[in-house]
Design a protein. Structure first.
Length: 398
């Protein structure tokens, strides 16, 4: 049986998955700069019996691998991302980042490690497979516009029937797998506002026009959008992440730059938030006699898991009876955004989660300088994805 053989082979490769993950953790690279990581991935496949390896896919260092089964069937895509973040690592791990100010603080090193070994294992069993497996190693998940868009434009989803992705999660219990059908992760938007007033001396405010006062009113007012314009049963958040108003204590500020982050769980809510933020920005011109230079950009869409594919994934995970997995559970919606959502706009699929909370100590959130994962989650991820792939591509009974 295909699944049994895959599980046995992966058990033999558990230590190797961890070894690869630690190497990648030591050598992180930022989004759209992952030159050495892409080389490492493509080099790995030189000794693997896959049918093709396409490098620099989409013109941005993506690597796409094709594994063709011995029998006809569906084409299933499986994806792992491989970029890191501009964070100075503070974990104290013996395999901590060697690239100053860059860190794998989201688990993408683990995603790549398990996927490499899983792809190798699938290739070794391709005489038992029906259909085609497309392995997508994607760069630049962390930074808009994201790496998925370029790969989609280059045709990575051509002929694909379904796409599956996994994210390890430090805030979820190791040994548990989590899924959700429908809208699962928020869509994201970015806005920037430059408030242009008129600078002056602190002793003569009547001769100036204080940009800080106007900008401060904007910061307070936009928080009422969520509390007063959004249905309490909808999901929305507005964060002001940058308020560039530094100056001298006795100088009235001439201009202030504000940057903000918006997360919503539906296109309709996103539109309501954008309208509200734009109204408050433009309203400053009349209320404070300043000039408002405003931009609002929608990037990652809401991540929507196809109900039929998600149900297929759930059943495959439960029926696989993976020894390391104690439960397969439904999760509430997740606040972060994810560019896997772009794939799901084009073909049906499912993005699910593998618990990776450390055995002891604090489970630091993703993007934290002390972020780490329980490496047991890597073999669980490999086996979970193997179970799903086998459920689509097991040709042993046909």
């Amino acid at each position: 049986m295909l699944l049994k053989q895959l599980m046995e082979k992966l058990d033999q490769q558990k230590d190797r998955i961890i070894e690869i993950r630690r190497y990648l953790h030591e050598h992180p690279e930022l989004s759209f700069q992952e030159e050495e990581t892409a080389k490492y991935i493509s080099e790995f496949y030189k000794a693997v019996p896959v049918d093709s390896v396409e490098t620099n896919f989409g013109g941005q260092r993506g690597v796409v691998v094709t594994i063709k089964g011995a029998k006809p069937g569906k084409t299933i895509a499986i994806r792992a991302d491989f970029d890191a973040l501009p964070i100075k690592e503070e974990t104290g791990l013996p395999f901590a980042s060697k690239n100053e100010g860059v860190m794998h603080a989201c688990g993408h090193d683990g995603h790549t490690a398990y996927m490499l070994v899983l792809a190798e294992t699938l290739a070794e069993c391709k005489d038992q497979l029906k259909g085609t497996i497309r392995v997508i190693h994607q760069p630049a998940e962390e930074t808009p516009p994201g790496g998925a868009i370029g790969m989609i434009k280059a045709g990575v989803l051509d002929g694909v029937d379904a796409i599956i992705g996994i994210h390890v999660m430090s805030n979820m219990k190791t040994g548990q797998i989590y899924y959700r059908s429908g809208n699962t992760q928020t869509g994201r938007s970015y806005f920037k506002l430059v408030v242009q007033g008129r600078g002056g001396h602190g002793s003569s405010p009547h001769l100036a026009n204080d940009a800080i006062v106007a900008a401060s009113s904007f910061v307070m007012n936009v928080q009422t959008i969520v509390s007063r314009r959004i249905n309490p049963f909808d999901t929305a958040s507005i964060t002001i992440g940058n308020f560039d108003g530094k100056g001298s204590f006795n100088v009235i500020k001439d201009a202030v730059t504000i940057e903000g982050d918006v997360r919503t769980m539906s296109p309709e809510t996103r539109e309501t938030v954008e309208t509200g933020v734009r109204d408050f920005a433009e309203g400053l011109e009349k209320s404070y006699r300043v000039k408002s230079i405003f931009e609002f950009t929608n990037d990652y869409p809401v991540l929507y898991n196809d109900p039929e594919v998600t149900e297929h994934v759930r059943k495959a995970l439960e029926q696989a009876s993976i020894p390391e997995v104690e439960a397969v559970l439904e999760t509430p919606p997740q606040p972060p955004s994810e560019d896997f959502a772009y794939y799901l706009e084009k073909v049906p699929g499912c993005f699910f989660y593998v618990g990776a909370a450390p055995e002891s100590g604090e489970a630091y959130p993703h993007h934290h300088p002390k972020f780490t994962i329980n490496e047991e989650s890597l073999i669980i991820s490999a086996k979970a994805m193997a179970a799903v792939v086998a459920s689509y591509c097991d040709g042993s009974s046909t």
